[in-house]
Design a protein around this ligand. Structure first.
Ligand SMILES: *Cc1c(COP(=O)(O)O)cnc(C)c1O
Length: 402
């Protein structure tokens, strides 16, 4: 199997007589051992089945499917995207280390970088979303660079290869939050120099907006000579040291393990990701054009528009479409939200339904005024994640609200 659509519905399901055609949910908290040697070996290696925090057959099927879709060697699923981000940072950094991240990142990621990691002695420089700004912020102790493929609310697209080059020139690792590119459907960052990928699977991978989940993916063989926190595993595991670290930190030690029920929900969602994303991207392109031409709309941010400053870089890195998220400025946000009839005011992304939110008072509400402006958020800005409803119904709702 070569293509996304085939892998998304087949990988993780065994072939064979009377095998179920679906991914079973295994809620068992622990697994049986045959004899003392087997049990001792399992505790020594910690690779297979002993206890649900370490591994679970439902989670493993989802991990296999995600690896195949994104070209990863290892995927570790976790309880949320937020858990996955923390695991990615702690797998590459320890006290005294430094991170360089783009300012165009999810609020929860900024919270980790600004409020949680500094208490553990890990500091971060938040820079403009371009490789030159990253290069200027590099220090001898920089171990990790972080960007989002497509950021929200404004859909900035990162120059992935440029960021990767800066990381590798300095012996650091490059991690991409690929959430808005839908589980590798719109972009595969490992093809553009990434060493690690993080996803909130809560968004497009699930798609139904009914399960919280996240993952870290690893491509084996990154140069880890300059990453102190990995040196103890390097002798034992060689090129697989980074993926071992992610699993040991994220699930064995911090216990941020995904529930097998949620793993099942996400695996089901992946089966229709391509169909949803195709419709959402198609809807989004036409809605962006409609908004751009609308006299009551002051500005539209969508990398699919030729007027977008990110159009060229989006054409380079995104395949199959420009994504389902856009933002736009209206004259009167309060009246806009009050007038919507079908579209709902909700903070989620990647849902089957079209959802809008007012970043100034919600997702970015806790930032200072300068912080909001740096993130490209004005009091007039609306963020929209486009769903799979009929284009006509979405357009008439927007027309009415404008
Ligand atoms: C939602 C989101 C996260 C956090 O994921 P959760 O599953 O909500 O914990 C991280 N990054 C991006 C880009 C997101 O949209």
């Amino acid at each position: 199997m070569k293509d996304y659509s085939s892998k998304a519905v087949h990988v993780g399901i065994p072939r064979g007589h009377a095998e179920p055609l679906g991914i079973p949910i295994y809620p068992a908290a622990a697994y049986q051992f045959d004899d003392l040697d087997v049990a001792a070996d399992e505790f020594q290696q910690n690779t297979g089945y002993s206890y649900i925090r370490m591994q679970n057959m439902t989670n493993q099927a989802l991990e296999e499917r995600l690896c195949s879709l994104e070209g990863a060697d290892t995927t570790v699923v976790m309880a949320s995207g937020q858990a996955a981000s923390l695991a990615a940072f702690l797998s590459t950094c320890k006290a005294g280390d430094h991170i360089v991240a783009s300012s165009a990142v999810f609020g929860g990621t900024a919270g980790l970088l600004n409020n949680v990691l500094p208490n553990l002695g890990i500091t971060a420089s938040i820079v403009d979303n371009n490789p030159e700004a990253a290069r200027a912020a590099m220090r001898d102790n920089t171990r990790h660079l972080w960007v989002e493929t497509i950021s929200n609310p404004n859909g900035d697209v990162a120059d992935l290869q440029g960021w990767a080059d800066v990381a590798h020139e300095h012996g650091a690792l490059f991690c991409v939050d690929n959430t808005l590119a839908g589980a590798g459907y719109l972009c595969r960052p490992f093809d553009h120099g990434a060493d690690m990928i993080m996803h909130s699977l809560t968004k497009w991978a699930g798609g139904h907006g009914s399960a919280l989940a996240g993952c870290v993916m690893v491509k084996d063989g990154a140069n880890i000579d300059n990453i102190p926190v990995l040196q103890d595993l390097k002798d034992q595991f060689g090129p697989r040291a980074l993926s071992r670290k992610v699993r040991s930190i994220g699930v064995h030690q911090l216990g941020m393990t995904l529930s097998p029920f949620n793993a099942f929900m996400i695996a089901q969602g992946l089966e229709t990701l391509e169909l949803r994303m195709l419709k959402e991207c198609d809807n989004a392109m036409k809605i962006a054009q409609f908004l751009q031409d609308h006299p009551r709309v002051k500005s539209v941010n969508y990398s699919g528009l030729e007027s977008s400053p990110f159009h060229a870089v989006a054409q380079k890195y995104l395949r199959n479409g420009f994504g389902a998220v856009m933002s736009f400025e209206v004259e009167d946000p309060e009246r806009f939200f009050k007038s919507l009839k079908m579209i709902r005011m909700v903070a989620n992304l990647g849902d089957t339904r079209t959802l809008c939110i007012h970043p100034w008072t919600t997702t970015h509400g806790r930032l200072s005024e300068e912080g909001k402006k740096a993130a490209g958020v004005s009091p007039y800005l609306i963020r929209m994640t486009v769903g799979v409803e009929s284009l006509q119904d979405i357009l008439s709702d927007l027309e009415g609200a404008l």
